[in-house]
Design a protein around this ligand. Structure first.
Ligand code: PHE
Length: 315
């Protein structure tokens, strides 16, 4: 028996032998079951035999385990001279990064994020926004018309109409998404993105608008203070309408966004009573905000899908 244990070559072989000895039907198990029929000497002898055999199995197991480990070390050696597998680390697209910054700021102010369809009907993109057919302001937006009379959304203001139609007032939301206009150069792309905030409640005023915009810009650009310049402007869906400029690097005024108090006609179009509720809207170019933050000057780069550019800029 001792010889048999010593001659085992593998752990599996040893296990088989162990089961044949100590298993349910094992030879040793049978002898131990018969113990009560033995005299004292025979019992003591059997106990010694039992202990010795177990000891032998254990030490052979250790030997075989060590042998297996040495064999593995010899064949599975680590080769530190091999070149590492190149790591292909992705980066967030600057627009994605910008949206996550913008939305976490606006959501912390209580604005809720909305999206809407990119193919819009005339009502949501124009008419409900106080821009009926033949209104000269339709000319401000170089619209892509579809054959069935729908349009490629020219502004995310359409999402605001949808949110007011669905929720009514009070409402505090921002719409985000792709917008389309027939224009193309370094700062204009036929597809670009907008983000627009809307806050309708009782007693909302222009100073609430300016406070939220100021706080938003401070947080987005990580500035202690922002200098703002408010200029009168015109949008059919706001009255009064303004444009907001921001002092940039201490010397230049940059146009940042359009805004204003929501026109009573727009509220009426969404079944909100303008004598009870009022509020403001503001809208800006999502791409433009990203370009300012990351110091980029060609909007077309956002849409080239050029991985080298994305990795180089490393947002
Ligand atoms: N929708 C306007 C644009 O595309 C921006 C805007 C939004 C202006 C909300 C005022 C209020 O130019």
């Amino acid at each position: 028996m001792q010889e048999q244990i010593k001659n085992t070559k593998t752990l599996e072989e040893l296990q088989t032998l162990y089961t044949a000895t100590f298993g349910k039907n094992g030879t040793m198990t049978a002898k131990l079951k018969n113990m009560k029929n033995l005299d004292n000497d025979a019992r003591a002898k059997l106990n010694r035999e039992n202990a010795a055999l177990r000891e032998l199995f254990k030490s052979r197991q250790t030997e075989l385990e060590n042998a297996a480990m040495h064999a593995a070390l010899a064949t599975q050696r680590l080769d530190p001279s091999l070149n590492p597998i190149p790591e292909n680390r992705g980066t967030l697209h600057p627009l994605t990064q910008t949206l996550s910054d913008v939305s976490s700021i606006l959501e912390s102010f209580g604005y809720e994020m909305w999206t809407g369809p990119e193919i819009e009907d005339d009502w949501h993109n124009f008419t409900a926004l106080n821009t009926p057919e033949y209104h000269p302001a339709r000319d401000m937006q170089d619209t892509f018309f579809l054959e069935n009379g729908n349009v490629m959304r020219t502004q995310t203001s359409a999402i605001q109409i949808r949110s007011m139609e669905t929720v009514g007032a009070p409402i505090k939301m921002f719409g985000i998404g792709a917008t389309y206009r027939k224009e193309m150069d370094a700062t204009h792309s036929p597809m670009f993105h907008q983000i627009e905030g809307l806050y309708i409640d009782k007693n909302i005023t222009m100073s609430d608008l300016i406070a939220d915009v100021r706080e938003f810009l401070k947080r987005f650009f990580n500035m202690d203070n922002v200098d703002l310049r408010i200029r009168p402007s015109y949008f059919p869906f706001t009255e009064p309408s303004i444009e907001i400029d921001m002092k940039w690097h201490g010397d230049r005024w940059l146009e940042i966004m359009g805004a204003g108090m929501v026109h009573p006609n727009v509220l009426r179009n969404c079944n909100i009573n303008p004598d009870e509720y009022q509020g403001f809207a503001f809208g800006f170019g999502w791409d433009r905000l990203a370009m300012l933050k990351y110091g980029l000057n060609d909007i077309r780069k956002f849409y080239d899908g050029d991985v080298r550019w994305l990795q180089k800029t490393g947002f």
